[in-house]
Ligand binder design. Sequence first.
Ligand code: HEC
Length: 119
Amino acid sequence: MKSIIAALLASGSLVAADAVQANNSGTFSAKDIDGAAIYKQQCSLCHGEKAEKSPESGVAPLAGRDATVLALTIRAYRDQDKGVGTYTMHKSSEIMKNETVKLSDMQISALAKYISGLK
Ligand code: HEC
């Protein structure tokens, strides 16, 4: 199952689009793909060191969830005010908008992969 997800991510449009963007802008750096570091700095306070916490009632822990769904969810929070019509998922949360608004697509992919690998 893990390898299927990894294959999907590797071949998926999320990662492909990110790679192209990074090459074009020339701003790609190691900190953009360090999901662990980003998670520790920006997410662990509310979601727990190992993504084991529920930040509020009705929100389940994130650890081990499907990486593609995680990435799409994080993007949906980030872009919630943009009215991006192609999204099939809409998220509305002021807290999560503030936490994700500065993340690049590449950082989100790295974060999602890291969180998905936690147990
Ligand atoms: C200040 C606390 C806080 C921080 C920091 C935070 N979150 Fe959240 N997160 C929340 C809350 C509250 C919700 C529920 C929001 C809602 O009602 O949709 C949530 C929801 C989520 C969800 C959806 C969970 C679900 O069951 O649908 C994901 C995925 C998520 N956060 C990822 C992240 C990531 C990745 C980061 C770091 C970039 C992060 N969060 C930082 C509080 C936080």
